[in-house]
Design a protein around this ligand. Sequence first.
Ligand code: NAP
Length: 313
Amino acid sequence: MSGVPVLIAAELKELLDPSRLDGLDVTWIRSDEPTPAGEFVAAVPLLSRWMGGTEFKRLPKLRIVANCAVGYNNVDLVAAEMRRVVVTNTPDVLTAATADLTWALILACARRLQAGADLVKSGTWTGWHPQLLLGLELEGATLGIVGAGRIGQAVGKRALGFGMRITYASRTPKPEFEQATGASRLELRPLLRESDVVTLHVPKTPETQGMINPDTLALMKPGAILINTSRGDLVREEALAAALEEGRLGGAGLDVFTEEPEIHPRLRTAPRTVLLPHIGSATLPTRRHMAETAVANVQAVLSGGPPLTPVVP
Ligand code: NAP
């Protein structure tokens, strides 16, 4: 086989039309295999593969890491810059799917879907009761969006249909978003005090890691719901489990965890949770678009052009 040697996550093979791979000599690596050494000029990893100094040393010819995710906390950007390796991600193409899944979790937690479904399946449901599994009325409730970027704003726009008041915390104001949704910008602490549903959409950075902790959880309204479809590391999971066990929170909907695929044992048994296996972007068209965007970045850089979606830290 001739072509430019590149490494691509094997899990993407079936999502990619072979014509996208023209001119590439692909070595497919599974996520449970270590990154091989070699003359590879491009790598398309999943977010479960760490790409840092050691990997860059093993890949002296590497020109681009085209991460197949919008998050890029699995890539050491400083090491990449030192080696003059371009880093790209897959923004936009997964925004709608991830916003939809966030809403699936909001609705599931607000209306206690997991408990209701478990009750029916267990065969112990005794019939309609006026006080059975009372949930949170979303109309008129306040949604607090932490990180009003692409996904956070898409979640906010969907909230309009549910008649919610929208607040957001972001480093920079978002006037167009405010105009479109009537959202008001708050600092994190007042947002946590005022929101009935708090949803996290900031990236994982040293600043955001552990932002939901015993101190900030204590600010949340009694009975409020926490949703996290961003990265598990934003939340101190032990503290969240305690808040759920003590009945201080009304629920937690989580798609992401600190030690994926391990789940903190107290979270696994905590009440009023909906726990999902990191499926925020899991629709076929979105997953195809993600793989295609990553490979298109490789093709662009290898043909001497600028990357299509470079990571801007
Ligand atoms: P994005 O457009 O870059 O949005 C992130 C937003 O967070 C930006 O608007 C940024 O604010 C804001 N931000 C950063 N640090 C902050 C801080 N300390 N306090 C408040 N706001 C802060 O990214 P996105 O496309 O929406 O994706 C967001 C995250 O979702 C990704 O990083 C990824 O981890 C996660 N994700 C998960 C899944 C899944 O499968 N569950 C799928 C896709 C994405 P400024 O605009 O002011 O700079």
